[in-house]
Design a protein around this ligand. Structure first.
Ligand code: ZN
Length: 365
């Protein structure tokens, strides 16, 4: 490096204090820096005022600084502009990608819309068909309802036209009989003598039937000649019937049937028997027979309306076998409460027949 004139060194120091680096040193970089110490010489504070040459150099340097500053500003502006353009380009690129994505989405949406439209058309067609069917059904319903209403009206009119059933004694009194009970007995006797009692009975109607059945079960014991001496009929009137119709024997021996039943219970290891149904007369007779049967016998009236499902289930649980005695006083509401594998139905009339039938249902084990 050539030795610089003294004035050049002073100027450089001055420029350094102003924060300006000479061009040559900028270009030289690190080498220039290390080649010369940065600290100003001790002579700086006492520097003499600049002469004309120095002033010219100073002016030139200042011009150079302004030019460089302007160039820097312009470069910065260009950089900013380039950055703005870059941003804009990126934004355009993003828009382009978004546009492509949205186009694809639009195509997919269009396809979905087409499918939906096809479904809608099909659904509309089905709706139209269903609506037509519903209309036809509604019309038929209206016709049927009108017919039903007309039929109900006819029925009500017929019911209104039909007189209330009249009690037989009232009818006989109206017919002029002085004492219907005595005169009716005479009428029955006379008709029976002439073989015409059946004509009369066919003309009598009972409404409702179960009411008379309960009445007869409570007050009448139908017994054959051989059974009139048996006990357990209470205050019931004994009406003589043929053995096959007899409440007790039904044409066969009660004692024999009871013995068969007791034997069957022993063979089947049955100790608790529940009978559902049967008139109070039957129940009385069963209670009388119980000591000879060797089982604990329980009976529930066929018109026991206080029974409910829970009570019935308890009844069944407390028995080894349950016999539903049909063909006696037995309301459906009562019998239908008793269900399960222990339950058997005996569709027979007469105590002896019932016991024989029950014995036949028990299997030895
Ligand atoms: Zn009898």
């Amino acid at each position: 490096m050539a030795r610089k004139p003294e004035s050049d060194v002073d100027f450089a120091h001055y420029m350094a204090r102003q924060g300006v680096t000479p061009l040559a040193e900028r270009a030289g970089g690190a080498r220039a820096k290390t080649g010369r110490p940065e600290a100003p010489p001790e002579s700086s504070p006492e520097a003499p005022p600049p002469n004309a040459t120095q002033t010219a150099l100073l002016v030139g340097a200042r011009d150079e600084i302004r030019r460089l500053e302007a160039e820097l500003a312009a470069t910065k502006l260009r950089a900013e502009a380039a950055e703005t353009r870059a941003f804009a380009a990126e934004a355009r690129l993003n828009r382009g990608e978004a546009l492509r994505a949205s186009r694809q989405a639009a195509e997919e949406a269009h396809a979905a819309a087409s499918r939906a439209a096809a479904d809608l058309a099909l659904a509309r067609q089905e709706t139209t068909t269903a609506t037509r069917r519903a209309d036809r059904a509604e019309a038929r319903l209206a016709e049927t309802t009108a017919e039903l209403t007309a039929a109900q009206t006819l029925l009500e009119e017929a019911a209104a036209a039909r007189p209330e059933p009249e009690a037989l004694d009232e009818l006989l009194t109206r017919a002029g009989l002085h004492d219907p009970a005595i005169d009716f007995a005479a009428l029955v006797e006379t008709l029976a003598e002439h073989g015409r009692l059946g004509d009369l009975l066919r003309r009598l109607r009972v409404v409702p039937t179960s009411e008379l059945a309960h009445y007869l079960d409570d007050r009448v014991a139908w017994l054959c000649g051989g059974c009139t001496s048996t006990r357990g009929h209470g205050t019931r009137t004994i009406v003589p019937v043929a053995p096959v119709e007899c409440d007790v024997c039904g044409g066969s021996s009660v004692q024999a049937a009871a013995a068969r039943f007791a034997e069957a219970c022993r063979g089947a290891r049955i100790g608790r028997v529940l009978v559902v149904g049967g008139s109070p007369a039957y129940h009385d007779m069963l209670q009388k027979l119980e000591p000879t049967l060797g089982v604990r016998l329980r009976v529930i009236r066929g018109d026991a309306h206080s029974r409910d499902k829970a009570r019935a289930q308890q009844d069944v649980a407390g028995a080894d076998v349950v016999f539903i005695w049909a063909s006696t006083v037995l309301d459906h509401r009562v019998s239908e409460l008793y269900t399960g594998p222990k339950v058997q139905t005996l569709p027979v009339r007469g105590l002896a027949r019932m016991l024989t039938e029950a014995a036949g249902r028990l299997r030895p084990r």
